[in-house]
Design a protein around this ligand. Structure first.
Ligand code: 5AD
Ligand code: SF4
Length: 467
């Protein structure tokens, strides 16, 4: 097939729906506008870029203010209860917008909507919501809007079969110089606290050729950073007929000519092997950063979490990374207060983070998720006590982050300028280690690589001068 034909294949397959919607819009609005709000992880951000791409093809202009929009989509997250509460609060607030514009379409999608109890709650309690669909129906988006417009009734789509991977879905990238590139979908790990395998379904990898083609396109369009995304990137390729490991894929992307950086997330420690570290070490474009979520430093808790590695196995790969990658930035996710965790278990987590010396951590208090194994476990520690442990963890990590930042004092670094801080008008840039570097300079530098000398190390960021 020709390249152009391939690129238009999704649009052509759904042409009937795209045409119907855009004609419908022309009859009602001069300038139809759509607003998309994303909750949760980068995978959701990447999915939203596809929703925006499809909405644009339908004739909508993408806007950043929901009040201007005649189509509103919330792409939701179910990982923690707090995220769900925020969605319910924000959906409630849409009622007044709908009252002002009864033609408006309000749609909810994503991980939270894949859960039947949530979808039912929306049906009963939020009658102004027109369309609800889960992650498995993502690529049916044009057909679902068509149904809402054509049949003029509420649509609740709940597919029992798994999402199939659709290639060449139109994409509206939020960033001008940083791009997300999903390489796989779903997760097979069933960590006992996590709802993701239930709401995103079984792990499926995209064909290697399609990923490389997209990466090439991104780089040729002038992007300076690509982040390869997946729930567990290290098990990439397992579902493909022609097996390609993640390290091999990384190498293939790294082989593309150009001046750009590659990041990837998320790695699972049980699947992160020396081959990955070796590929990072020999890469030309791969950032000096490894995000390797450990979750806990207690072997007892790791077992209850169904993580399939021990603290010792985790440390083995960490020490290998430290040996091969000079000053590598190591980051992690930690859950505090998993059911049955004792203060002694928690202290083992503190010991582990001191031993590894992470540059930063993403820390979470355990949140009970309906349908997961952990939701059935005894959880005797109060939220208040968990919060105290959590604060203790933050304090310990703060000192560790400070020490890590100090390593770079008086050094020369290459950074990618990302934007301008509102507070002081300085430019904010990011190093290969994912450290934020504050510099004085002209806005023209945004989206470009520059060299800086580090002159100050703050608690969690650096200050540099342009060289
Ligand atoms: N409670 C708290 N944190 C969670 N995470 C996933 N599920 C839960 C939960 N039920 C965290 C894990 C994961 C990150 C994306 O979110 O640390 O790595
Ligand atoms: Fe959730 Fe574990 Fe899968 Fe990560 S690897 S998405 S924590 S089940």
């Amino acid at each position: 097939m020709l390249n152009k034909e391939r690129k238009d294949s999704f649009f052509n397959k759904n042409k009937k729906y795209f045409d119907f919607i855009s004609n419908n819009l022309k009859n009602v609005y001069n300038e139809p506008k759509a607003f998309v709000r994303t909750y949760g992880c980068q995978q959701n951000v990447a999915d939203s870029e596809k929703f925006k791409g499809m909405l644009q093809k339908m004739g909508y202009e993408i806007v950043s203010d929901p009040k201007e929009a005649s189509f509103i989509l919330f792409n939701t997250c179910a990982v923690r209860e707090h995220a769900e509460d925020r969605v319910f609060g924000n959906v409630g607030a849409l009622k007044s917008l709908k009252r002002r514009n009864p033609n408006m379409i309000i749609a909810l999608c994503g991980c939270m909507m894949e859960q039947e109890h949530i979808s039912n709650k929306i049906k009963m309690s939020f009658p102004f919501v027109d369309l609800v669909f889960g992650t498995h129906s993502m690529e049916d988006f044009p057909k679902l809007i068509y149904k809402v417009m054509q049949e003029k009734k509420r649509v609740f789509e709940h597919k029992n079969d798994e999402r199939t991977i659709c290639e060449h879905v139109p994409t509206f990238r939020d960033g001008k110089f940083k791009a997300f590139l999903p390489i796989m979908y779903g997760c097979d790990n069933f960590c006992s606290y996590c709802v993701v395998p239930y709401v995103r379904g079984r792990e499926k990898s995209r064909e290697c050729e399609n990923i490389i083609e997209e990466a090439r396109d991104i780089i040729e369009s002038g992007y300076k950073e690509i982040t390869l995304l997946g729930q567990n990137v290290n098990s990439y390729g397992k579902t493909l007929d022609n097996h390609v490991s993640f390290a091999q894929l990384l190498k293939k992307v790294d082989d593309i000519d150009g001046d750009y950086w590659i990041r990837f997330m998320t790695s699972h420690p049980k699947d992160a092997k020396k081959e990955l570290i070796n590929t990072m070490a020999s890469g030309k474009h791969i950032c000096n950063h490894l995000h390797l979520p450990v979750q806990s430093g207690s072997n007892r808790i790791l077992k209850l979490m169904n993580r399939h590695y021990t603290k010792e196995q985790y440390l083995e790969i960490i020490y290998y990374a430290k040996e091969k990658l000079k000053d590598v930035s190591l980051t992690s996710d930690i859950i505090v207060g998993f059911p049955g965790e004792t203060y002694d278990d928690f202290c083992e987590t503190l010991e582990l983070i001191k031993e590894v010396s992470f540059s930063s951590l993403y820390t979470f208090i355990y949140s009970k998720r309906v349908g997961t194994k952990a939701a059935l476990m005894k959880d005797p520690i109060s939220y208040q006590e968990k919060s105290q442990w959590f604060n203790e963890l933050l304090k310990v990590q703060n000192d560790i982050s400070k020490e890590y930042c100090k390593k770079f004092l008086n050094r020369k670094m290459r950074v990618l300028v990302e934007g301008k801080a509102v507070k002081d008008g300085n430019l904010t840039a990011r190093s290969s280690e994912n450290l934020i570097v504050d510099i004085k300079g002209n806005e023209d530098l945004i989206g470009k690589f520059v060299n800086v000398k580090i002159v100050e190390a703050k608690d969690w960021f650096l200050k540099g001068n342009l060289i």
